[in-house]
Write a protein that binds this ligand. Structure first.
Ligand code: TYM
Length: 333
């Protein structure tokens, strides 16, 4: 059976890239396929997180899930650490994955930077835990931004090797990343060559989910562009990374293709296009921020959702883990 799984780390403000690359897709998919969406707090602590703040950071992501349209009666919403089977399966996968596979992971190289020796071991095996997140539910579809594609390939490699090593053909499915659409790789508003990211020091590089209407509109108006008018076709965006990014954002927010946006705005300059984009961004994003603030004012509702979701998730994860123990040959398996 098809099953959707995805997660977001509770480590900093969510932005437009997270929304278009991931959250907006969750809300759409929940009505088509059983959907499991979690807050990746095990992943967050691969870099230091203040224990006094972590719980609230988790609630904030859960609030974003609800505010972007996930329905807790339809989708299962939970915190990763409430389902310890993720960590249990990750250990087994640590013994399936090869060092050479992890050495190729570009995200570790980016995140560890010049300080590889001082990075946590968890940061290194991070993608193995991600594989466990997905496969503990035998999920088949994983909606993520393009930056997660390499981790999904690793997940498939781990699934395949586990099935081979333990002579269990088809036990774990080989999940597909869902990265299609113009929002799969949203770039910084200040630099069309850099990904929009929580860690960019410039707040003007991104639109946060909690920005109010004024901030959203200011950031769009100040976004870097060029002086050329919008072209008639996508080819005319070659070599114009900033222009392409704004057109892509418009398309993703409006739920249309890049070609359709160009058809509407061809020949117009950014002086005309940006106010339209600002209005669209405000109309989609500002209500999300408002709803998040409302939900976070009293976290009782969020905590209920997470407790209920954890129970439903464990009901599915525990039997998979029991089967894994049998296959591996553990005592008690
Ligand atoms: P995280 O928390 O960094 O990002 C959450 C989601 O947002 C997407 N994303 C973007 N999409 C488009 N443009 C951008 N500029 C952009 N920046 C971020 C990410 O691709 C992601 O989908 N490893 C994951 C969390 C995770 C996970 C999982 C995901 C842990 N276990 C299992 C799926 C399945 C991460 O760090 O995402």
């Amino acid at each position: 059976p098809e099953r959707v799984l995805s997660g977001v780390q509770p480590s900093g403000d969510l932005h437009l890239g997270n929304y278009l690359g991931a959250l907006a897709k969750f809300a759409r998919l929940q009505h088509e396929i059983p959907t499991f969406i979690f807050v990746a707090d095990y992943h967050a602590i691969t870099v230091w997180q203040d224990p006094k703040k972590l719980k609230d950071q988790v609630r904030e992501i859960a609030a974003a899930y609800l505010a972007t349209g996930l329905d807790p009666k339809v989708a299962t919403i939970f915190a990763q650490s409430a389902v310890p089977e993720h960590a249990e399966l990750a250990w087994v996968f640590n013994c399936v994955a090869r060092l050479g596979w992890l050495d190729r992971m570009t995200q570790f190289k980016e995140k560890s930077g010049k300080h590889k020796e001082r990075s946590s071991v968890g940061l290194y095996t991070y993608p193995v835990l991600q594989a466990a997140d997905i496969l503990i539910y035998k999920a088949t579809k994983v909606p993520v931004g393009e930056d997660q594609k390499q981790h999904l390939e690793l997940t498939r490699d781990i699934a395949q090797k586990f099935n081979n090593d333990f002579e269990a053909p088809g036990f774990f499915p080989l999940p597909d990343p869902l990265t299609q659409g113009p929002g799969a790789r949203v770039m910084s508003l200040r630099d069309g060559a850099a990904k929009m990211s929580k860690s960019d020091p410039s707040d003007y590089s991104r639109i946060n989910l909690t920005d109010d209407a004024d901030a959203i509109s200011q950031k769009v108006r100040k976004a870097r562009t060029d002086a050329e008018p919008l072209p008639e076709t996508s080819e005319g965006l070659e070599g114009r990374a900033e222009a392409r990014n704004l057109v892509g954002i418009y398309a993703a927010l409006a739920g249309v293709t890049e070609a359709e946006v160009l058809k509407e705005f061809a020949g117009q300059g950014f002086g005309a296009f940006k106010p339209k984009l600002a209005d669209l961004a405000v109309s989609v994003m500002a209500p999300i921020g408002g709803e998040m603030r409302r939900l976070l004012a009293d976290p009782a509702e969020i905590d209920r959702v997470l407790a209920d979701g954890a129970e439903r998730a464990r009901a599915l994860a525990a039997p998979t883990m029991a089967e894994v123990k049998k296959l591996v040959g553990f005592w008690g398996g």
